[in-house]
Design a protein around this ligand. Sequence first.
Ligand code: UDP
Length: 247
Amino acid sequence: MNRIDNRQNDELRNVKITRNYLMHPDGSVLIEVGNTKVICTAMVEERVPPFLKGTGKGWVSAEYSMLPGSTITRKSRDINKLKIDGRSQEIQRLIGRSLRSVVDLGVIGERTIWIDCDVIQADGGTRTASITGAFVAMADAFKGLIDKKMIEKMPIKAFVSAVSVGLSGGEKILDLCYEEDSAADVDMNIVMTNKGEFVEVQGSGEEATFSQGEFMDLVSLATSGCQKLYNIQREALGEEISGEIGK
Ligand code: UDP
């Protein structure tokens, strides 16, 4: 099958992670996955939600948004509505769960790491790019806390990254762009650790049902994609920080 951008079915788009993208946050990256661009920031707040007060444990919370000019038709700002739309809510909860799954919340003490993922250009896979990029921003924020001697060690137990896979005209494809995503019969988002373990699997056959065999093949395709993303994250963070993760 000829893909829109001539990629092989098992090929990721070009991924670029620019660290320290912004001046104020404790960690910040611009992640570019093909034409999808997301700014991910991590900022530390010295308090926790009420349910964690007195427990000695911290929290990681995420918010997600798309800029009005990030999409083909203008995306209205949340401020114009009474509350954020369901899709953004679902995505930000997914980002939060994904990052928390690899953090030892007991190590970070009673503080919250706020993750903000702001899509500045959307071309499919914004939630997966957000997770992959936010992971790097979060690792930088934790390194800052270690350097300031506010925490004793790197609380991250494993790398986490995410990718989309889909079934389109009988072909299994990795990392769908918008045009592919909107034409796909089956669309899945998979979040994995570098140890090959699953954090979350979201899959839907919107236009068709899919078999167990197809499901397994899509999972294998995503596994290879996440492994490549892990290597890109590792390279972006450098050995000084990467070497501390999962120790
Ligand atoms: N999209 C859009 N406007 C929206 C929601 C989505 O233009 O309000 C486009 C955008 O390119 C996005 C793609 O549709 O990346 C796929 O959206 P989906 O909800 O599947 O999430 P994503 O793949 O971005 O995680």
